[in-house]
Write a protein that binds this ligand. Structure first.
Ligand code: ZN
Length: 139
């Protein structure tokens, strides 16, 4: 069995934003040489997500509004977590909703995604360097 590990680094200038990462993940699959297998992609931070959905700008703006309604950044005092001196209580909640990781099948050397499926990095407490793990196993 082959395995390949890659770390992607993101430093998002906004507090919250989404980045399309399918091409970077496909690149890692190509590097791995795996033809049949599985690809795990996970955020390595508890205030960021990796998820699959439509690559459509309007939807991403809808997500931002929806997430801000569910877990508004302010007032900071809304979150017990922020009593630690942090201000990212909302970001932990947003990450919980949007998820930690995705697993995608690899078929004939390609990510076997549905027609409209695309992989995204979701940032909820940006303006610092964060990592995403890509782990590929197979033959
Ligand atoms: Zn925190």
């Amino acid at each position: 069995m082959k395995s390949h590990t890659k770390y992607l680094t993101f430093n998002i200038p906004a507090r919250m934003d989404f980045v399309h990462i399918t091409p970077k993940v496909q690149e890692a699959v190509a590097e791995s040489g795996v033809q049949e297998g599985l690809c795990l992609v996970n955020a390595m931070h508890i205030t960021a997500s990796v998820f699959i959905n439509d690559n459509e700008r309007g939807l991403h703006e809808d997500y931002k509004r929806w997430l801000e309604e569910l877990a508004p950044h302010e007032p900071i005092s809304r979150y017990q977590h922020n009593r630690t001196g942090e201000d990212n209580g909302d970001a932990h909640h947003k990450r919980q909703i949007m998820g930690r990781e995705v697993v995608v099948a690899i078929t004939e050397g390609r990510l076997d995604l549905g027609t409209w499926e695309a992989i995204f990095y979701g940032e909820f407490d940006g303006r610092r360097s964060k990592r995403v793990l890509v782990k590929i196993i197979g033959e």
